[in-house]
Design a protein around this ligand. Structure first.
Ligand SMILES: C[S@@+](CC[C@H](N)C(=O)[O-])C[C@H]1O[C@@H](n2cnc3c(N)ncnc32)[C@H](O)[C@@H]1O
Length: 166
């Protein structure tokens, strides 16, 4: 998905939210100047650091990415892969620069067909994403119809601030 839309990403820093071993880092286009990789798991970050030791320009942070203080309008690209956290997804708008691109991938509720215990709070449908990102220019917003059932979004941050109604 990132390869498909990488030309839409303006130059600048990238946030890999809930980076795990760095699937977001692996997808960073050449226009990305610096990467901030955040994960709750210290063990995960330690492993990822070893994996990406050769690649410069990555700042590693162990924290809850939904509440970690981060500069507003700073990121040109955000990856949230395998990470459906509505607190974070609601926050993405304040973290991206105008014209920055959010790439999201997570479970669709259809995944419950193969994993019945999956908590619906950790799933997303295109309709739910559309509620949050309806104002954004959506490059892709779709749910796969085959296992593993995933929902994916690529969306460009709106350049104009939302109109305020008196
Ligand atoms: C399914 S893994 C996805 C990892 C990676 N993004 C990938 O696609 O391979 C989910 C990751 O989210 C991290 N995580 C869960 N909640 C988090 C939070 N609130 N803030 C930061 N990381 C979180 C977990 O530690 C785990 O590494």
């Amino acid at each position: 998905m990132v390869q498909r839309w990488q030309t839409q990403v303006p130059p600048g820093p990238m946030l890999d939210a809930a980076c795990g071993l760095g699937r977001g880092i692996a997808s960073a286009p050449g226009s990305v100047s610096r990467i901030v990789a955040v994960d709750l798991s210290l063990t995960g970050i330690r492993q990822a650091r070893r994996l990406w030791a050769e690649r410069g320009g990555i700042g590693w942070i162990v924290a809850d990415v939904a509440t970690l203080p981060l500069p507003a309008g700073y990121f040109a690209m955000i990856c949230a892969f395998g990470f459906t956290d509505w607190r974070f997804l609601r926050r993405a708008e304040t973290l991206l620069m105008p014209g920055g691109v959010l790439f999201y991938e997570g479970f669709s509720p259809r995944q419950r067909a193969v994993r019945p215990t999956l908590d619906l709070n950790w799933t997303a449908t295109p309709a739910q994403l559309d509620q949050l990102f309806g104002r954004w220019r959506q490059l892709a917003c779709a749910e796969s119809t085959e296992p593993p059932y995933r929902t994916r979004l690529a969306a460009v941050h709106p350049t104009e601030p939302e109109e305020s109604h008196p």
